[in-house]
Design a protein around this ligand. Structure first.
Ligand code: SF4
Length: 621
């Protein structure tokens, strides 16, 4: 095999053992790696009883996977996955981390972590396998102290002649993951997060505080080393040229361009999507908070990361960016338009291991309920109003530690809205800006000026994930089939190139002889499998495509201001467009894959799961 080892390290926390799981090349050719491989592994092991598997129970699998392009393509990412505690489907959640390269140079394509430990542990991986080590002293620590303590613990490995000359790389959870908060993340490098999916809670349910790896061997061989050297040089050259503006500003420029130009930024729980507040721009952020302009992930010339620092009352707050999504969700969405405050909230989210998007979304939902009188000072403990940074900060901690009302909001926007609607006897779901349990990323669809199409979230297999949006035509870089492929290969979405070049890159590394059609077919195969597992759902919530393949209610309210004031998609048009999209994918009008599609994609065994979906929905098989 080229580009991959065909070996996954399978770690069992119940028995304290690990073994090698061989994965045939045929599986990689069909599902590529990363996100696709995660969907296949989960289906293979849990598919026959998916609906009854509790995402936070020991039966679920935590997957940490690389792809064929990991380490061979600028910017090293890995995919964290499992049955999602947010959607009850499969989400491929990507994060930049040197751990991806360490896992690969230790001789594996990834890790399966199964079972659950009774006491806190961390998993140490090298070419000899996995060691499950005591993490009791680490439990409860936030990012900064955890990293210092981990580095100290790992000194013995450095001194024990394990061939380490630098500290190994790691992913980890903060207090939010330990407390099974569904808006928690798997963190890396203090500020990076695998956000969508809620996998911090899955890791916490297994009592795994961190996964540490040190690879000291080679990468798997490539098929055509000269072709690869050429492709690597060309990619570096192209990214250096093409990404100049992006290199300088990263995604933070979205605070102005998305808010002012494309009118698609979440403002006050999406009541508005347009602003012209000059104090809330990337330029002000640069002037007031940036201490470092270029910070790069492994092997990436794009270097889109920035570092911000704020000193306040003797406390130092450091975060990256904040990138556009963090800035929008912990800033404008909460009515906070002061950059140093946004940096403080972003640094707090990093420290607690909370997802800025999911948590900023549930905070916006909670503030709107407070402003409308559904929640009170007695419920929250402070005046949870737009722009009240101190109260937001306190409530964020309540969520991370599941204190009081924070415990309910820790369930994420959808589940909190369901429960509150029942307890208060009013429909509060209309204020929940999410799709299938996943908060919508910070790019709206109402203005029609930003990249997501009106079906972007309604038809996505990853709910509100702005990095994996549904769109037509399916055979285009606009489509979710393309994102599914990128997350499987595993490539940073900012570093993509023309499809033709990407295919060449894949072929020199893997020798698979892919065509552009094959690339999209792999994407559709992965989406098809994810779609069926999402529709199986359970055990606490299930999705009915007739109800849940839709935009949040708020996205049908006309935009109050900006260049597209009054704009909103019509629900009938969304339904028509979804029908077209499903038809292109080979799915029926409800988005259920057809028999001939399963045959074409080599997924005929999936008919068993589709039968169960149809039975639940009361549709004749
Ligand atoms: S483009 Fe940015 S996010 Fe992507 S790998 Fe490079 S530095 Fe990381």
């Amino acid at each position: 095999m080229f580009g991959v080892w065909g070996r996954i390290l399978d770690v069992d926390l119940d028995t304290n053992t690990s073994r090698i799981l061989d994965v045939p090349e045929e599986v990689f050719r069909k599902f590529v790696g990363g996100r696709g491989l995660a969907a296949w592994l989960l289906w293979d092991e849990l598919g026959d009883r998916w609906e009854s598997v509790d995402p936070l129970g020991p039966e679920n699998l935590l997957l940490v996977l690389t792809g064929p392009l990991t380490g061979y393509y600028p910017g090293a990412k890995l995919v964290v996955s499992g049955k999602s505690p947010q959607s009850n489907g499969v989400v491929g959640s990507t994060v930049s981390s040197e751990l991806a390269v360490d896992i690969k140079t230790a001789g594996y394509d990834g890790l399966i972590i199964r079972g659950a430990s009774e006491t806190p542990v961390y998993i140490y991986v090298d070419s000899h396998g996995a060691q499950i080590r005591d993490a009791s002293p680490l439990w409860g620590l936030g990012g900064l102290k955890l990293i210092a303590a981990l580095n100290h613990l790992l000194e013995s490995d450095l001194n024990a002649g394990r061939g380490l000359d630098v500290v190994p790389s790691y992913i980890y959870i903060g207090p939010a993951g330990e407390n099974l908060v569904r808006t928690s993340v798997v963190m890396s490098k203090l500020t990076h997060a695998a956000g969508y999916g809620g996998y911090g809670a899955l890791m916490g349910s297994k009592k795994v505080k961190a996964v540490v790896a040190k690879g000291s061997g080679p990468m798997p061989p490539v098929h055509d080393s000269e072709g690869f050297a050429r492709a690597w040089r060309e990619a570096l050259g192209e990214l250096c040229d093409r990404m100049r503006t992006f290199r300088y500003w990263g995604t933070t420029q979205g605070l102005w361009t998305t808010g002012y130009r494309t009118s698609s930024e979440p403002i006050k729980n999406w009541m508005e999507e347009w602003h012209n507040i000059r104090a809330f721009t990337h330029e002000v952020l640069e002037r007031k908070c940036w201490v470092r302009n270029l910070w790069s992930d492994w092997g990436c010339p794009t270097s889109c990361m920035k570092v911000s620092k704020v000193l306040d009352n003797g406390t130092t707050y450091v975060t990256d960016g904040p990138d556009y999504e963090m800035g929008a969700y912990l800033g404008s969405n909460l009515g906070v338009f002061d950059m140093p405050s946004v940096v403080k909230l972003s640094a707090l989210a990093d420290e607690l291991g909370l997802c800025g998007i999911q948590t900023g979304n549930v905070l916006g939902f909670a503030i709107e309920l407070f402003e409308r009188g559904y929640l009170s000072r007695v419920d929250v403990g402070c005046e949870l109003r737009w722009g009240n940074v101190e109260c937001v900060r306190k409530f964020m901690e309540d969520i991370a530690y599941r204190r009081g009302l924070g415990g309910l909001m820790a369930e994420g926007t959808y589940r909190a809205a369901l429960k509150l609607s029942t307890s208060k006897g009013v429909d509060l779901l209309k204020y929940a800006v999410q799709v299938k349990g996943i908060a919508v990323g910070a790019h709206g669809v109402r203005s029609g000026l930003d990249y997501p199409q009106k079906i972007a979230y309604a038809g996505s297999v990853q709910g509100g994930d702005h990095t994996s949006t549904a769109g037509t035509p399916v055979k285009s870089t606009e489509s979710e089939a393309f994102s599914a492929f990128l997350d499987s290969a595993v490539v940073c979405i900012f570093n993509t190139m023309e499809v033709e070049k990407l295919v060449t890159y894949m072929n020199v590394v893997t020798g698979w002889g892919l065509t552009e059609d094959d690339l999209y077919a792999s994407g559709v195969r992965i989406l098809t499998l994810q779609r069926v597992l999402l529709l199986l759902g359970g055990p606490d919530v299930f999705w009915d495509p007739r109800v849940h393949d839709d935009n949040p209610e708020r996205f049908y309210e006309p935009l109050p201001g900006g260049p597209k004031a009054g704009g909103a998609p019509r629900r009938e048009d969304v339904r028509i467009e979804l029908g077209r999209y499903y038809s292109e994918l080979g799915w029926d009008e409800l988005g259920i894959p057809k028999e001939e599609t399963l045959e074409r994609l080599g997924l005929v065994e999936l008919a068993r799961e589709i039968g169960r979906v149809k039975a639940r929905l009361g549709i004749n098989a």
